[in-house]
Design a binder for this molecule. Structure first.
Ligand code: BG6
Length: 484
């Protein structure tokens, strides 16, 4: 029989737990995938009894689970595993009672999920150890943001590392749990057809867009001190970039994959004060309309002194200095309150060296378009003859779809379901290793330092657009366009 697991969630009544973790655990239970989970203990500062917690959890989980997946009988059996424990994460004495709760031979494997302020991670781990809560099989899951810069990230790693070895540390980037990001491994390394093309001889440029239509949604304080570069690029966009650009790993072993990813991050060309203006655009949304609804600007939503110098949009031209990618620009952009929500990777191949056709040469490129959300699709954009009796031969685009409806239907689960399941099973493949996170911070810190040194301004854009016009210019000066 597999070992039984106790899962303890710090920040157990917080936003992440409510929106993502409990719904994902409910779904795993519904599919019979979490049978090894003996207890789920949500911790929080508020004094409340189990009944109150269960009734709140019921209302919240029901809100965040799709109606067609809700089943009262499943909830009733899921509830048997659900507990609440009052605990102030900053208070060492509070951990004694948690130790007593866990002090049982029934579930030697403990998973501590830290979904609190990252500034508390070091103390939580130390208190857990002092109270004897950490068994040799224990694991810790860390939510982002892992620090505010390289120094604070290293500090978290050092303190967590005093209690949990790297093999027991699971750093979440929920983008790695998205099905299409995992499918990148399959498409890249399962199709020898693509391998010879996956380099600077054939690829013209790579674009990674993560566009959100939502604003900062009540997270104005956090966001005003963070900005889009730290909130999205340091983790999600760089993780996606490293999956696109990595060399073939020696196996699908988590260490082998992460070895290759970190090599890519190490090769990112530093952006300096001399290059920052040409390589980056910062933006901030003003009032506008999204999906036909009038919305407020960022400064009205986040009324903090810091906010006037915070970017809610960033576009970058990055270069990877290695043999495979030298000379190929990787254009990255992400922002809030953009015209629509979608995340996409576009690999644009070089155009033919000489055009035989009547088309504008700009129409002639092949592209591999990998859509992460809202749909999960992969399509290869090719060209063939436009039918008809015209004298001049013209080409027209044809999309070859590499995903089918059934594939999408079978894989419509939330990234947190995948990641929680992997953490329970001890599979680190989709979790970031410490050196990856630190290397990403080093690159991001160089951008922030260059912004500060040059005083690069934040350019306004209207909510409901694709960011400031300077972002279009960033790509246009290279004779290219964003694929939209
Ligand atoms: C989070 C960011 O990591 O990712 C949020 O902190 C952002 O600001 C979210 O909204 C986006 O995730 P997704 O899966 O909705 O694209």
């Amino acid at each position: 029989m597999a070992e039984q697991v106790d899962l303890v969630i710090f920040g157990g009544t917080g936003d992440l737990s409510t929106r993502k973790l409990l719904p994902a655990l409910y779904q795993l239970h519904r599919h019979g995938l979490a049978d090894d989970l003996r207890r789920i203990v949500a911790t929080g500062r508020a004094e409340k009894d189990r009944e109150t917690f269960l009734s709140e959890a019921h209302a919240n989980t029901r809100r965040f689970v799709p109606t067609e997946d809700w089943d009262s009988a499943v909830w009733e059996s899921f509830c048997q595993h659900l507990h609440y424990h009052t605990l102030d994460a900053a208070e060492a004495p509070h951990y004694q009672s948690l130790g007593e709760l866990l002090d049982t031979a029934a579930a030697p494997l403990r998973l501590f999920y830290l979904a609190t302020l990252p500034a508390l991670y070091g103390d939580i781990c130390a208190h857990l150890q002092e109270a004897g809560c950490v068994s040799p099989q224990s694991r810790v899951v860390l939510e982002k943001p892992l620090g505010h810069d390289l120094t604070s990230c290293r500090d978290i790693h050092r303190r967590v590392g005093e209690v949990f070895p790297e093999e027991a540390t699971f750093r979440i980037d929920h983008y790695l749990g998205k099905e299409t990001v995992q499918n990148l491994l399959a498409v890249r390394f399962g199709n020898p057809l693509l391998q010879p093309l996956w380099n600077n001889s054939f690829v013209d440029n790579v674009q990674i867009t993560v566009a959100e239509s939502i604003g900062v949604e009540g997270r104005g304080d956090y966001y005003a001190h963070t900005g889009a570069l730290r909130d999205m690029v340091q983790n999600h966009l760089l993780q996606v970039l490293s999956m696109v650009a990595m060399e073939p790993p020696s196996s699908l072993d988590p260490w082998a994959i992460r070895d290759e990813k970190v090599k890519v991050l190490r090769c990112l060309q530093p952006i300096t004060a001399a290059t920052i203006k040409a390589c980056s655009v910062r933006g901030r949304y003003d009032a506008g309309a999204v999906d036909g609804q009038a919305v407020r600007g960022f400064l009205e939503e986040a009324d903090f002194e810091q906010a006037s110098n915070t970017e809610t949009f960033v576009a970058l031209r990055a270069h990877i200095d290695n043999w495979r990618w030298a000379g190929v620009p990787f254009y990255l952009r992400t922002g809030k309150r953009m015209s629509r929500r979608y995340s996409e990777i576009v690999i644009e191949f070089r155009r033919p060296p000489f055009s035989l056709f009547a088309n504008d040469p700009n129409e002639l490129s092949n592209k591999l378009v990998i859509r992460l959300q809202p749909e999960e699709t992969i399509s290869l954009h090719t060209l063939n003859k436009k039918p008809g009796l015209t004298r001049k031969l013209r080409l027209q685009p044809v999309e070859l779809h590499l995903t089918e409806d059934a594939w999408q239907r079978d894989h419509s689960y939330d990234a947190y379901e995948r990641l929680l399941l992997d953490a329970i099973n001890g599979d680190q493949t989709l979790f970031m290793r410490g050196d990856e996170v630190e290397t990403a911070w080093r690159w991001v810190d160089s951008i922030i330092a260059a912004w500060e040194e040059t005083g690069q301004p934040v350019k306004p854009y209207n909510a409901g657009t694709m960011g400031p016009s300077a972002a279009t210019a960033l790509v246009a000066v290279d004779g290219r366009n964003w694929y939209e």
